[in-house]
Write a protein that binds this ligand. Sequence first.
Ligand code: CP
Ligand code: NVA
Length: 302
Amino acid sequence: MKHLLSLQDMTPEELVETLALAHEMKRLRGTAEHPKPLAGKSIAMIFSKSSTRTRVSFEVGVYELGGNPMFFNKDSLQLGRGEPIPDTAAVLSRYVHGIVIRYHSHEEVVELSESGTVPVVNALTDRFHPCQLLADLMTIEEHCGDLKGKKVAYIGDGASNMAYSWILAAKLAGIDLRIGAPKEYMPDLNSIDLPEGEGTISCIEDPMEACKDADVIYTDVWVSMGFEDEAQERLETLKPYQVNDVLLSSASEKVKVMHCLPAYRGKEITAEVLDGPKSIIWDEAENRLHAQKAILARLMES
Ligand code: CP
Ligand code: NVA
């Protein structure tokens, strides 16, 4: 694995190894045995969108791996004034040992990775959010055991960066993924190259049916960053896809509820469910730190 731009960059074996390392990072946090593969290395973080979890967990993670995190808002760089991405990548590659980037356009992140000489990690684009998925899979392993054959219902905006990331993750990890979404927000499965793997993906309009016997119900905001102009229409169309107690009654009794956060209580999920006993969202948020450390450690060693 040279970069992590999407889970298309990983084989099923690499996924298993990265998740094992993430659990190890969690176990060793705060001990003398914690690895420091970034000692003497600097990581540039370029963000053009808001972030709480990704920014803070990457900064802390790089520091705990022995490295030096350098955060840049896109507009504080000449990139914000029109310096081309290839020039930025070429120059940064002379200074830093890796780049973590949150950007609007996935294609531009691909261009950055192709123009520089250091590993690039996608910290969210309009298309994919692979770091979130690594943390999500790690959290499911903690709470539900082996990923293979697990039934995951992704409810809401099925055409979002999170939904597409889940499609790749499910295929790689052998998960039975059901996307429960209205037809306007269904993913276009022909628009992505699926990785190798044993998972299956079904698109189901009825959210109750999508959640039937689910081990995990997952949701994300209805209005992703960059889609604010469509807010009213989205909130209206996606209303029947709220994750609430009625929807949970269709799932397994042991169902766990996940959300990448930030969450809007009363919209895509009720407060009762998000803050209730089936929710594992805080562990999920914490695991961003451990999973990203594993990603950086693997990219830096290769
Ligand atoms: N889930 C997630 O990526 O959160 P932030 O937008 O706060 O980084
Ligand atoms: N789909 C959301 C994810 C936020 C972590 C967005 O892109 O805004």
